[in-house]
Design a protein around this ligand. Sequence first.
Ligand code: ADP
Ligand code: MG
Length: 749
Amino acid sequence: PVGRRPEIQEARLKLPVLAEEQVIMEAVRENTCIVLCGETGSGKTTQVPQFLYEAGYASGNGIIGITEPRRVAAVSMSHRVAKEMNLSTRVVSYQIRYEGNVTSDTKIKFMTDGVLLKEVQKDFLLQKYSAIIIDEAHERSVYTDILIGLLSRIAPLRKKKGRPMKLLVMSATLRIEDFTENRKLFPVEARQFPVTVHFNKRTPMEDYTGEAFHKICKIHRMLPPGGILVFLTGQAEVHSVCRRLRKAFPFRPRRAVTEEEEEPDTSEKTRQFKKAKQKKTVSLPRIDLDNYSALPVDEGDEDRLAGIDDEEEEGSDLDLEFGDDPGDSEEKTDPSLPLYVLPLYSLLAPEQQAKVFHPPPTGTRLCVVATNVAETSLTIPGVKYVVDCGRIKKRFYDRVTGVSSFKVTWTSQASANQRAGRAGRTEPGHCYRLYSSAVFGDFSEFSEAEITRRPVDDLVLQMKDLNIEKVVNFPFPTPPPGEALVSAEQLLVSLGALEEPPRTGRLKQLERARLSSPITPLGRAMASFPVAPRYAKMLALGKQQDCLPYVITLVAAMTVREIFEELDRPAGSEEENSKLAQKRARLAQMRRLWAGQGASLQLGDLMVMLGAVGACEFAGCTPKFSEDNGLRYKAMLEIRRLRGQLTTAVNAVCPEAGLFLDARMAPPTVSQVRYLRQIVLAGLGDHLARRVQAEELLDPKWRNGYKTPLLDEPVFIHPSSALFKTLPEFVVYQEVMETSKMYMRGICF
Ligand code: ADP
Ligand code: MG
């Protein structure tokens, strides 16, 4: 029996899934695999695990597992469910790559999809679990896709063995055709409030952040209370808009607007202004709750809806009422209308992220400026207005050259509709799309599955380790492109993780053989490390010359994203700018120090990473040290945890190493540096570049350029690299990232 508190119980009863509990649980009893589809916010993630628990799925010796594609969701949802059920986090727990609070009492376990995939490797039948929920399946993350494929085989096997396991796939927007076999669909009715969608007449191609800013200002000045959620594409944009908003509508906690700060004549003006405002407040179109067109808006409907208050439309009613549009000029500072502005993106520190769940200070309006993380995994309370730039920043990989770049592209219709839906959680809402209905019509219907867009070498290795030799035949919900599978397999053969395919036979046979090479013992060791195969190879070689602690640290630093703070933000206030400049200078100085001297210089950027981690650990890995030295604290913590985890993993494969995590490391010796370079080369052997010779004979674009085997174009050393001035003849790089130029990252020689 679950003893929920009355206020929790009351809130639960309002959730659409609760009305469907009977139907859902009946379906679960009668079927092995179930697909459950319901709008974001309908209560899937928080309630369905509780249904299973109450139906006794965790009362035997099996537990209930829930996977989430995002770490933030795994952590926060486990806390939420523990709270709702009035149970300790010893019982409702989470496990993510670096940490968890799972105990022997755990009955409900939230985890990232990658964590469950690792568990499949240890116990293919997942006997620990009596039920598994794959959440957010619509996100189509690679691990989720592969888990669905695997579990569709595991669940029937478990039934055969007489220890059945239930599989639930939960999704917000489901492209049902993709989830094959034995499915039963129970769309939980979208009992969310209607959201009126407003399209822009014109679509700003360049300055959509400026457009977003102006739209937010208008909403805040004109429209009735209610939170604003803004979708932008990246961290830099989020910060820039937050800064502009805070300047326009300053909010000072507590000591807000004390007497001395408030100049009398401003306050008089403010009062007048406020009065004027009140009269002008637009009353939103009345929405008939029983008769609304649910999202998505039907083709052709958009313009009708948009007509209501398309701001670009000359002479429209709203245009008049929004008469004092400041146009392109920056907003006037207006402290009388405090706006509580919060950023939200995945690299943000967790305690900052958690702020969005708390009510804003009284008298203020909440405005969350977010990236795509707010689209489906997290429900932010009290949002009434959504401002959607319609774009998303994605990483693109060139399958042939391996060059990656981040590009901003239009999102899909499904995801734009998800974003709009965020406005209707607690009452009818409004979504302002900063693009025209025609542009929306050109969006693709659904977002592509991640598996079709990124290299799959890590997946292929994991699958081979599960003895799935013919990866091509695996029941992927969406299979990765054939050429991605071929190049993954080639890379794994070259790393020694898979057996060399026989060199005889005709081309066709060869092709087939290539896609079914069995795994080698080295490959098995590599598969047990929670990092991509290139880095796993480095770990597997690290034993020589007591290099392991360095290799572990290096691999941890190379696989954690963005360890250095982003310091080229757009201009802020003068004070901020000079602080930023100081920080930049300090970081440059520290980078030179971390790069070391003599032999270690050859490790280039990798030595800088080693040095940075070493220095940070030496200082006790504090937020202050990170902050002062341009390191991202969250990244430093991740590196620390990953080092611990890699140390355990290496010890498991090779107990004689007897490693223990020593936070403080002496700088590597000359011979260790030599070995480290060889080890890095073993993992990145195909990432070799040579400085162009006789460059005076070539096109000026080749100046200081490097030639790589796969690219026709030159690649470069970034000014922030430790080797920018050295320009060695040969270099090994971690990856090529295309920004303003093709830059190599993580270079050594
Ligand atoms: P779904 O998975 O269908 O998107 P959820 O189960 O995540 O829905 O959310 C159901 C409801 O629970 C939402 O309305 C949300 O407001 C509420 N909720 C979720 N997490 C929290 C939290 N940490 N604090 C307060 N309310 C929450
Ligand atoms: Mg959910």
